[in-house]
Write a protein of this length. Structure first.
Length: 220
């Protein structure tokens, strides 16, 4: 029996929350978050790419890409497809045809923990993609199985279906809707503080004088 673990599509996140999180930079979240930050080796395929949306997960074994083609008929506009390659670093599961199909479905982005192929075609499709580089060795329709909409590990981080992915030039972050709501508020405060610091620098104030003193070890 082919090992499939298939689950329904998750409920999409509140569009207002997605829009607000889209205004935040992943590096801003990196000032306080200790988890949810993917391996920085997951990079956008071109400068300027940014995406945010509801996570749909997929786990694909080695050289097999069959289940990916099935999932592409289920994804919705605004979803971010997060693909766990189960440790495979040689086979590219995402190529030009997959990118074109995903773009037509309105997918916000693909994050794949492995390489891609057909770089020029993916860029021409206009689909934001984060990956670990490129490979000329591609997956095939072998029907080996896989998992759909179960928790997966991508970039050293657990991605859960129905959570949010925020992706930009600095990397990828996965976070729950509750975490996103809190972090949006923190990011707004951080933006105000950064504007204050930049204004002070423009007036000739030293950076050290604009920053809070470091916490002392053992202080309360």
């Amino acid at each position: 029996m082919t090992p499939h673990d298939l689950h329904p599509m998750p409920e999409q996140c509140d569009p207002t929350l997605v829009a607000a999180l889209s205004q935040v930079d992943t590096s801003t979240l990196g000032h306080w978050r200790l988890w949810g930050l993917c391996d920085p080796a997951l990079r956008p395929l071109a400068p300027g790419m940014k995406a945010c949306g509801t996570i749909v997960t997929l786990a694909l074994p080695g050289p097999d890409g069959a289940l990916l083609h099935d999932v592409l008929s289920q994804v919705r506009a605004g979803d971010v497809l997060v693909i766990d390659r189960l440790g495979d670093t040689r086979h590219s599961a995402v190529g030009g045809v997959v990118a074109a199909a995903a773009a037509l479905r309105g997918l916000a982005a693909i994050v794949v923990d492995g390489p891609v192929a057909d770089l020029a075609e993916i860029l021409a499709a206009g689909l934001p993609v984060w990956a670990r580089g490129t490979s000329q060795r591609t997956t095939r329709r072998l029907g080996l199985g896989g998992r759909v909409n179960a928790p997966v590990s991508v970039g050293g981080v657990v991605a859960r279906p129905g959570d949010l992915a925020l992706c930009d030039g600095d990397g990828v972050v996965f976070l729950s809707p509750a975490e996103a709501a809190r972090d949006i508020e923190l990011a707004q405060y951080a933006a105000t503080r950064e504007a204050f610091i930049r204004e002070g620098l423009a007036k000739g104030i030293a950076l050290n004088d604009l920053l809070s003193p470091p916490a002392l070890a053992g202080s309360r």
